[in-house]
Write a protein that binds this ligand. Structure first.
Ligand code: HEM
Length: 123
Protein backbone atom coordinates (compact mmCIF):
# COMPACT_ATOMS: atom_id res chain seq x y z
CA UNK A 1 0.00 0.00 0.00
CA UNK A 2 1.06 3.58 -0.57
CA UNK A 3 2.54 5.23 2.52
CA UNK A 4 2.46 8.85 3.57
CA UNK A 5 5.54 10.73 4.67
CA UNK A 6 5.32 13.05 7.71
CA UNK A 7 4.74 16.05 5.44
CA UNK A 8 1.80 14.37 3.72
CA UNK A 9 3.46 13.35 0.44
CA UNK A 10 2.17 10.04 -0.84
CA UNK A 11 4.89 7.52 -1.56
CA UNK A 12 4.47 4.80 -4.14
CA UNK A 13 6.67 1.78 -4.54
CA UNK A 14 8.02 0.88 -7.97
CA UNK A 15 5.89 -2.29 -8.03
CA UNK A 16 2.71 -0.28 -7.40
CA UNK A 17 3.53 2.09 -10.23
CA UNK A 18 4.33 -0.76 -12.60
CA UNK A 19 0.83 -2.14 -11.97
CA UNK A 20 -0.71 1.10 -13.27
CA UNK A 21 0.12 0.29 -16.84
CA UNK A 22 -3.30 -0.55 -18.18
CA UNK A 23 -5.86 0.97 -20.48
CA UNK A 24 -7.75 2.19 -17.41
CA UNK A 25 -4.87 4.01 -15.80
CA UNK A 26 -1.42 5.17 -16.81
CA UNK A 27 1.19 6.38 -14.36
CA UNK A 28 4.69 7.51 -15.21
CA UNK A 29 7.71 8.64 -13.19
CA UNK A 30 9.58 11.87 -13.98
CA UNK A 31 12.33 13.04 -11.61
CA UNK A 32 11.13 10.64 -8.91
CA UNK A 33 7.64 12.09 -8.92
CA UNK A 34 4.66 9.95 -9.87
CA UNK A 35 2.27 11.34 -12.48
CA UNK A 36 -1.18 10.05 -13.31
CA UNK A 37 -1.44 10.86 -17.01
CA UNK A 38 -4.56 8.76 -17.66
CA UNK A 39 -6.81 11.73 -18.46
CA UNK A 40 -4.03 13.55 -20.29
CA UNK A 41 -3.22 10.78 -22.80
CA UNK A 42 -5.55 12.08 -25.52
CA UNK A 43 -4.54 15.70 -24.98
CA UNK A 44 -0.77 15.17 -25.07
CA UNK A 45 0.66 17.06 -28.09
CA UNK A 46 3.34 14.37 -28.39
CA UNK A 47 0.66 11.67 -28.72
CA UNK A 48 -0.64 9.05 -26.33
CA UNK A 49 1.55 6.29 -27.71
CA UNK A 50 4.79 7.74 -26.29
CA UNK A 51 3.20 8.06 -22.86
CA UNK A 52 1.87 4.51 -22.97
CA UNK A 53 5.32 3.23 -23.87
CA UNK A 54 6.69 4.77 -20.65
CA UNK A 55 3.72 3.69 -18.53
CA UNK A 56 4.61 2.15 -15.21
CA UNK A 57 8.23 3.19 -15.52
CA UNK A 58 10.77 5.96 -15.42
CA UNK A 59 10.07 8.50 -18.19
CA UNK A 60 12.59 11.11 -16.96
CA UNK A 61 15.06 10.70 -19.80
CA UNK A 62 12.45 10.69 -22.57
CA UNK A 63 10.72 13.69 -21.01
CA UNK A 64 13.98 15.67 -20.87
CA UNK A 65 15.14 14.53 -24.32
CA UNK A 66 12.08 16.16 -25.87
CA UNK A 67 12.97 19.48 -24.18
CA UNK A 68 9.47 20.13 -22.90
CA UNK A 69 8.50 23.81 -22.51
CA UNK A 70 7.85 25.45 -19.14
CA UNK A 71 4.14 25.31 -20.07
CA UNK A 72 4.44 21.56 -20.36
CA UNK A 73 6.18 21.39 -16.98
CA UNK A 74 3.38 23.39 -15.37
CA UNK A 75 0.81 21.05 -16.87
CA UNK A 76 2.77 18.12 -15.51
CA UNK A 77 2.80 19.63 -12.02
CA UNK A 78 -1.01 19.32 -11.92
CA UNK A 79 -0.77 15.61 -12.53
CA UNK A 80 1.55 14.73 -9.66
CA UNK A 81 -0.07 12.19 -7.36
CA UNK A 82 2.95 11.38 -5.20
CA UNK A 83 6.59 10.47 -5.10
CA UNK A 84 8.66 7.39 -5.60
CA UNK A 85 9.11 5.56 -2.30
CA UNK A 86 12.64 6.04 -0.91
CA UNK A 87 13.21 2.28 -1.02
CA UNK A 88 12.35 2.17 -4.73
CA UNK A 89 14.43 5.28 -5.23
CA UNK A 90 17.58 3.70 -3.85
CA UNK A 91 16.80 0.56 -5.85
CA UNK A 92 16.54 2.46 -9.10
CA UNK A 93 19.70 4.42 -8.27
CA UNK A 94 21.64 1.28 -7.48
CA UNK A 95 20.42 -0.24 -10.74
CA UNK A 96 21.91 2.57 -12.76
CA UNK A 97 25.10 2.38 -10.67
CA UNK A 98 25.23 -1.31 -11.47
CA UNK A 99 24.84 -0.90 -15.23
CA UNK A 100 26.86 2.32 -15.59
CA UNK A 101 29.88 1.45 -13.51
CA UNK A 102 30.12 -2.12 -12.40
CA UNK A 103 29.53 -3.82 -15.75
CA UNK A 104 32.01 -1.62 -17.71
CA UNK A 105 34.63 -2.09 -14.93
CA UNK A 106 34.17 -5.85 -15.07
CA UNK A 107 34.53 -5.86 -18.85
CA UNK A 108 37.69 -3.74 -18.54
CA UNK A 109 39.12 -6.11 -15.92
CA UNK A 110 38.45 -9.16 -18.10
CA UNK A 111 40.08 -7.53 -21.13
CA UNK A 112 43.15 -6.60 -19.04
CA UNK A 113 43.38 -10.15 -17.76
CA UNK A 114 43.08 -11.65 -21.25
CA UNK A 115 45.72 -9.24 -22.52
CA UNK A 116 48.09 -10.25 -19.70
CA UNK A 117 47.58 -13.95 -20.41
CA UNK A 118 48.09 -13.36 -24.13
CA UNK A 119 51.31 -11.35 -23.67
CA UNK A 120 52.86 -13.77 -21.13
CA UNK A 121 52.11 -16.76 -23.40
CA UNK A 122 53.94 -15.27 -26.34
CA UNK A 123 57.10 -14.47 -24.35
C1 HEM B 1 3.13 14.64 -17.47
C2 HEM B 1 3.94 14.48 -18.46
C3 HEM B 1 3.93 15.27 -19.76
C4 HEM B 1 3.33 16.46 -20.09
C5 HEM B 1 2.49 17.37 -19.22
C6 HEM B 1 3.66 16.74 -21.49
C7 HEM B 1 3.24 17.84 -22.19
C8 HEM B 1 3.63 18.16 -23.48
C9 HEM B 1 3.36 19.40 -24.16
C10 HEM B 1 2.54 20.57 -23.58
C11 HEM B 1 3.93 19.34 -25.39
C12 HEM B 1 3.94 20.43 -26.47
C13 HEM B 1 5.31 21.04 -26.61
C14 HEM B 1 5.79 21.72 -25.35
O1 HEM B 1 5.04 22.56 -24.80
O2 HEM B 1 6.91 21.43 -24.90
C15 HEM B 1 4.56 18.04 -25.50
C16 HEM B 1 5.23 17.58 -26.61
C17 HEM B 1 5.84 16.35 -26.70
N1 HEM B 1 5.92 15.39 -25.73
FE1 HEM B 1 5.17 15.56 -23.87
N2 HEM B 1 4.43 15.71 -21.99
C18 HEM B 1 4.62 14.80 -20.96
C19 HEM B 1 5.35 13.63 -21.00
C20 HEM B 1 6.01 13.16 -22.11
C21 HEM B 1 6.80 11.96 -22.16
C22 HEM B 1 7.05 11.03 -20.98
C23 HEM B 1 7.26 11.85 -23.45
C24 HEM B 1 8.12 10.79 -24.07
C25 HEM B 1 8.04 9.56 -23.84
C26 HEM B 1 6.75 12.96 -24.21
C27 HEM B 1 6.97 13.18 -25.55
C28 HEM B 1 6.62 14.32 -26.24
C29 HEM B 1 6.99 14.58 -27.60
C30 HEM B 1 7.78 13.63 -28.53
C31 HEM B 1 6.54 15.87 -27.90
C32 HEM B 1 6.77 16.64 -29.18
C33 HEM B 1 5.63 16.67 -30.08
C34 HEM B 1 5.98 17.50 -31.30
O3 HEM B 1 6.81 18.42 -31.20
O4 HEM B 1 5.36 17.23 -32.32
N3 HEM B 1 6.00 13.75 -23.37
N4 HEM B 1 4.37 17.34 -24.33
Amino acid sequence: MAEKSPDGVKYYRLSEIEEQNTFKSTWIIIHNKVYDVTKFLEEHPGGEEVLREQAGGNATESFEDVGHSSDAREMAADMVIGELHPVSLSLSLSCSWWSNWLIPSLVAAIITLMYRIYTTESE
